[in-house]
Ligand binder design. Structure first.
Ligand SMILES: NC(=O)c1ccc[n+]([C@@H]2O[C@H](COP(=O)([O-])OP(=O)(O)OC[C@H]3O[C@@H](n4cnc5c(N)ncnc54)[C@H](OP(=O)(O)O)[C@@H]3O)[C@@H](O)[C@H]2O)c1
Length: 258
């Protein structure tokens, strides 16, 4: 058993105490960005407002290291009208900001670190070397190790709930972190803006990258909750079905037979 596994306290409902919702803008060919991964704003002003409206419902907004490195995101609540909306909902004026960087490769010069309006939390793993951890600790309000090789999102969510009182976590991509959350079975809802653009490119990020699911029976299954067309964009909301999936293989059923 590794150091991380020994240190964590397993609980049966880890992670389920936090509502996790994704927001993404996607081209008609399913991409989040061009294959260069450079930041290109390709959505309407309405979609930008939608992103800020969704943030008014979140305790914390989370993104992966490459999204934070490659785009000028601050992950904050936006202007005064959005902050007032948060206060009306009983949330703090400024949301927490969470960045996932398993190997600690996050660029210290990323735009987010120049804006100190609310705590920044970095979730990492034991893959981050001591020098990287030191660098991250100088940048963030807290750096939490949540796994040995890959981030254990169940552990991370439980910790975010216990330490930072996060009940609603909005993940804003990119594809790798979204894919990991789907693999962990932790996504509750998806807000997707389908945009009238084709980027193409087999290496362009998609809504859910990483290993993926090998078959339809393993795939995340969705129900369309709502749809709205504004101009040539479609604003879609999906609920994600949760299945009780054993995470640790139990004994073969034949061994349980009397
Ligand atoms: N259209 C949209 O709505 C939208 C939204 C967001 C992003 N984007 C675009 O998407 C692209 C970035 O997406 P991306 O998929 O390349 O990267 P990403 O998901 O933003 O970040 C990937 C990084 O996050 C860390 N990470 C993610 N999952 C992890 C896990 N399970 N365990 C440990 N660490 C994990 C790793 O950091 P380490 O390398 O440090 O281990 C990994 O390299 C950019 O082009 C961005 O502009 C578009």
């Amino acid at each position: 058993m590794t150091g991380f596994e020994m240190a964590r306290r397993p609980r049966s409902n880890e992670g389920r105490l936090v509502f996790v919702y994704l927001n993404a803008a996607m081209t008609a060919d399913g991409k989040l960005a061009p294959a260069t991964r450079h930041f290109i704003p390709f959505t309407s002003a309405r979609d930008q407002a939608h992103l800020l409206e969704l943030r008014t419902t979140a305790d914390a907004v989370m993104s992966g290291a490459r999204t934070v490195d490659l785009s000028p995101v601050k992950l904050g609540p936006g202007g005064a009208k959005y902050r007032r909306a948060r206060l009306r909902r009983g949330l703090t004026e400024y949301n927490l900001r969470v960045v996932v960087s398993g190997a600690g490769t996050l660029n210290p010069r990323a735009e987010i670190f120049k804006h100190r309006f609310s705590p920044i939390i970095i979730l990492t793993t034991n893959r981050a070397r001591p020098a990287q951890l030191k660098r991250l600790r100088a940048l963030a309000d807290e750096v939490k190790i949540c796994g040995d090789r890959e981030l254990d999102f169940h552990f991370a969510l439980r910790w975010l709930r216990e330490k930072w009182n996060v009940r609603r976590l909005l993940c804003e991509g990119g594809g790798e972190i979204n894919g990991a959350l789907f693999q962990a079975g932790l996504v509750d809802e998806i807000h997707l803006t389908l945009c009238p653009v084709i980027f193409g490119g087999e290496h362009a990020p998609t809504l859910a990258d990483g290993a993926g699911f090998p078959s339809l029976s393993d795939a995340a299954r969705l129900t369309l909750k709502s749809q709205k067309r504004i101009g040539d964009e479609l604003f879609l909301v999906y609920r994600v079905h949760h299945r009780a999936r054993p995470r640790i293989a139990g004994p073969h059923p034949s061994l349980l037979a009397p």
